[in-house]
Design a protein around this ligand. Structure first.
Ligand SMILES: NC(=O)c1ccc[n+]([C@@H]2O[C@H](COP(=O)([O-])OP(=O)(O)OC[C@H]3O[C@@H](n4cnc5c(N)ncnc54)[C@H](O)[C@@H]3O)[C@@H](O)[C@H]2O)c1
Length: 244
C-alpha cells in the first residue's frame, strides 16, 4: 500500500494518533500537511514528514478558513482529510456537577471542529476529482466514556461521518469513521492519571505503569489503519471501523 501522489491533510497531527498518522503517510510517499493548535509540536511533526505545518483551532470557523487559505497557497487540492484533533475534558465529573462551559467546549472542538474541517475541506478534495475524509470518533461514542461531554461529542462525530458519507458519495468522496479503543497517548494517559487520583492513588505511578504496559494500543497501530483508509486500496471500505 503506497500513498505516492496523495496530498494528505492531518488535522491534530502534532501529537498522538495524528502525529503517528502523519509520519506513516509520509513514509508511504504522501505529501503531508500537519495542522494543529500546538505550534511547537505541530511544526516538529511536519518537519519530520518533510511537509508543511499550518496552525489551526478547529473550533473557530475563521481559523479553519485561514488554515485552508494557507494550504491553498502551496497546494491546489488535497486528496485526503484525516481529522484527529480532539480533547477529553471533564473525566469523572458527575453529571449534576458537569459545567455547561466544559460540555460546550468539548462539543465545539470534537464535533463542530470535525464539521468545519470537512465543510471547508470538501472543495479542496473535489478539485482532485474526489477523495477521502476520515474522522476519529471513539468507543466512547457507544456509551463507555469517562466524560459525559466527550462521549456525547464522539456520538456526534460518528453521526456526522455517516451523514457526510451519504451526502458526499455523489462527489466521489468516501467517508470513514474510526473508533479507537484505549491508545497510549497524552489524552488517554491523562485520564488514567485522573482516575488513579480519584481512587486516592498516585497519578504519576498510574501513568508510568500504563505507558510501560501493553494493555493500551500504540498510536502507530491506529496510524497504519488510517494510512490504509487514505489509500486507493481501501476503496471498498464503508462506514465505521473499530480498533483495539
Ligand atoms: N488515545 C485514545 O485512547 C483515544 C481513543 C479513542 C479516540 N481517540 C481520539 O483520537 C484523536 C487523537 O487523540 P490522541 O489520543 O492522539 O490525543 P492527543 O492529545 O495526543 O492528540 C490530540 C491532538 O489534537 C490537537 N488539538 C486539540 N484541540 C485542538 C483544537 N481546538 N484545534 C486544533 N488542534 C487541536 C492537540 O494539540 C493534539 O495534537 C482524538 O480525536 C481522540 O478523541 C483517542
Amino acid at each position: 500500500m503506497e500513498l505516492t501522489n496523495k496530498t494528505i491533510l492531518v488535522v491534530g497531527g502534532a501529537t498522538g494518533i495524528g502525529k503517528a498518522t502523519a509520519i506513516e503517510c509520509a513514509q508511504r510517499g504522501a505529501s503531508v500537511i500537519v495542522a494543529d493548535y500546538n505550534q511547537i509540536e505541530g511544526a516538529a511533526t511536519a518537519a519530520s514528514c518533510g511537509g508543511m505545518y499550518v496552525p489551526v483551532n478547529v473550533a473557530d470557523e475563521a481559523s479553519v478558513k485561514a488554515m485552508y487559505a494557507a494550504i491553498g497557497e502551496h497546494h491546489d487540492h488535497i486528496n485526503v482529510l484525516v481529522q484527529t484533533a480532539g480533547v477529553l475534558k471533564g473525566a469523572y465529573v458527575p453529571v449534576p456537577e458537569f459545567p455547561l462551559e466544559t460540555f460546550e467546549n468539548v462539543i465545539d472542538i470534537n464535533a463542530t471542529g470535525s464539521f468545519l474541517c470537512a465543510k471547508y475541506g470538501v472543495p479542496f478534495i473535489k478539485k482532485s476529482g474526489g477523495g477521502v475524509i476520515v474522522l476519529i470518533s471513539s468507543v466512547a461514542a457507544i456509551g463507555v466514556s469517562s466524560s459525559v461531554a466527550y462521549g456525547t461529542s464522539k456520538g456526534a462525530v460518528s453521526s456526522l461521518g455517516v451523514t457526510l458519507a451519504n451526502k458526499l458519495a455523489a462527489d466521489n468522496i468516501r467517508v470513514n469513521v474510526v473508533h479507537p479503543g484505549g491508545i497510549k497517548t497524552y489524552m488517554k494517559l491523562s485520564v488514567i492519571g485522573a482516575e488513579a487520583e480519584l481512587r486516592g492513588g498516585s497519578s504519576e505511578q498510574a501513568i508510568s505503569q500504563a505507558a510501560a504496559g501493553s494493555e493500551l494500543g500504540e498510536p502507530e497501530g491506529v496510524a497504519k489503519i488510517l494510512a490504509f483508509l487514505a489509500s486507493d486500496e481501501a476503496d471498498y471500505v464503508r462506514g465505521f471501523l473499530f480498533t483495539r
